[in-house]
Write a protein that binds this ligand. Structure first.
Ligand code: NAP
Length: 491
């Protein structure tokens, strides 16, 4: 079965930070795949911009290296790579001064009628200045959009300041705030499951759902990113954006349509319904952890403080939270959220745990009746599993078994699962903002997160230690077990 490719209109995509990690690892390979599938048409151009004075050939060689490193060999047909590389060019601009902008303008002016997107793959401290130069240089046309990445601020005030600086130049509908989790196939499938099947929506509420779990686990540590990560930590890096966005998609009311604002209005209502965590209940519903030396995917690994070379850091590399959505649909349903580095595996999943049957008709010999669970796996292998009770096949009387109805997308549809950036960049070109965060969503998420961060800071405690290669501090297990529940294990 092949997937349907709808070509997008011809475009010019300007990638600020074109030599950086994000561009090389994600953006360029994503564009290559879209080109290879025939979605990028005509003489659509990708113009990389960075500070260093590279010749065009030097940049093309660098882009080629990125493809060699990040696109599997069997997907790199020489003719296709050659044609793709022809779309690329390079302009050296130090975005903190005037040089180079006119060269960029001259290049863009040759096609002023086509879709034009500026992807700011640079540090957020440069966003404001870049936008100002884009505006002052006269680079904004009717079909212009700008794309930005997390982190959007480190708290509510800085997020507002950042949004203001971009908003001075671009209208809100021109601003595409990427949360790449929203571009994942399974995340979009969550919407398809919920809203394209009559089966789930009637039971998608507190009467039938016992609790929800969202786990975003990484097996890697911070490595050389330590100094940057230390200013952020798990709450800002993962919870404020990715995890809360996933929570929104699980908890939102059915939107009127898939139109960007219809979906984003519903997500916003969820964020605004999150019950605030207070200084009084903070230690009962939140856990912070920091990894010590232990086991990594490839042997022994050092602890966070050793990597950082700062014994005093209180930055959390693990967070577990019990959140509540205070509305009719979700009253009394806990949302257990956890994320961390140096956990036993890289895996992200959403677990919807349904309530158990009200009465078992089976005798004790049949075994217990476990609850139904819908598990939406985001990574590493995207798919959905519905855990059901069935009769153990064969003779031997009625014995019950808990088995997953497994839909691994890669196997079921025999198509390559596209990287989230492929979908999202094409959506930018199409002008479809459904999977992008609106300003008010980002700020509402900070409004919920900020007090938790300040409570942690005020109480002065250090995060609880956990050994690298384990599922976080024991307190995270206690957080859920106190309620008579356990973290989901996909056995
Ligand atoms: P990076 O590897 O450090 O790259 C930074 C880029 O910015 C380089 O291309 C650099 O160009 C350019 N740059 C720096 N100062 C400049 C200036 N004054 N004028 C013009 N260009 C300048 O960073 P990154 O990891 O790609 O991250 C970029 C952004 O994406 C950050 O906001 C980051 O938080 C976000 N992000 C990254 C990832 C990821 O996977 N890497 C994921 C999510 C979000 P030169 O090389 O010429 O100096």
């Amino acid at each position: 079965m092949s997937s349907q490719i709808i070509p997008v209109a011809e475009f010019d995509l300007v990638v600020f930070g074109g030599t950086g990690d994000l561009a090389q690892r994600k953006i360029i390979p994503a564009l290559y795949h879209r080109h290879r599938d025939g979605q990028v048409v005509g003489d659509s151009r990708i113009i990389a911009v960075s500070r260093r004075p590279l010749t065009p050939d030097e940049y093309l060689a660098k882009a080629n290296e990125a493809l060699e490193e990040f696109v599997p060999k069997e997907e790199r047909e020489p003719e296709v790579v050659k044609a793709f590389i022809k779309r690329l060019s390079y302009v050296a601009v130090d975005v903190t001064d005037d040089a180079g902008w006119q060269e960029l303008k001259a290049k863009l002016d040759t096609h002023s009628d086509r879709v034009r997107a500026f992807y700011l793959a640079v540090a957020p401290s440069l966003f404001g200045q870049i936008c100002e130069y884009i505006g002052n240089t006269g680079l904004i046309t009717e079909k212009t959009r700008v794309v930005i990445e997390k982190p959007i601020g480190k708290d509510l005030n800085s997020a507002k300041a950042l949004n203001d600086s971009i908003g001075k130049v671009f209208r809100e509908e021109q601003i595409f705030r990427i949360d790449h989790y929203l571009g994942k196939e399974t995340v979009q499938n969550l919407m398809a499951l919920r809203f394209a099947n009559a089966l789930f929506e009637p039971i998608w509420n507190a009467a039938h759902i016992d609790h929800v779990q969202i786990t975003v686990a990484e097996s890697i540590g911070v490595g050389s990113r330590g100094p940057y990560y230390d200013t952020s930590g798990a709450m800002r890096d993962m919870v404020q954006n990715h995890i809360l966005q996933l929570l929104c998609l699980v908890a939102m009311e059915p939107p009127m349509s898939m139109a960007a604002d219809a979906v984003r209005d519903e997500k916003l209502k969820v964020l605004r319904s999150l019950e605030p965590i207070t200084a009084e209940n903070n230690d009962k519903v939140t856990v912070r952890g920091q990894y010590t030396s232990g086991a990594g995917p490839e042997g022994a690994v050092p602890g966070y403080l050793d990597e950082l070379e700062d014994e005093a850091s209180k930055t959390a590399t693990f967070v577990a939270l019990k959140a509540s959505v205070a509305n009719w649909r979700w009253a009394g349903v806990p949302f257990y959220l956890r994320t961390g580095k140096r956990l036993p595996q890289r895996s992200s999943e959403i677990v919807i745990a349904f309530r158990p049957v009200p009465h078992s008709i089976f005798d004790t010999g049949a075994g217990g009746v476990a609850e139904n669970r819908l598990v939406i796996r985001l990574q590493p292998d995207e798919g959905v599993k519905l855990w059901l009770m069935i009769k153990d096949p064969g003779p031997g009387g009625m014995r019950l078994r808990h088995v997953p109805l497994d839909m691994s997308f890669a196997e079921a549809f025999e198509v390559r699962s596209p990287d989230a950036y492929e979908r999202l960049i094409m959506d930018v070109i199409r002008g479809n903002a459904t999977l992008f965060m609106r300003r008010d969503e980002v700020e509402a998420a900070w409004e919920w997160v900020d007090p938790i961060l300040s409570q942690w800071e005020d109480n002065g405690d250090s995060p609880k230690k956990y050994t690298a290669g384990t599922w976080g501090p024991a307190a995270s297990v206690a957080l859920i077990e106190r309620d008579g529940r356990t973290w989901h294990e996909d056995d």
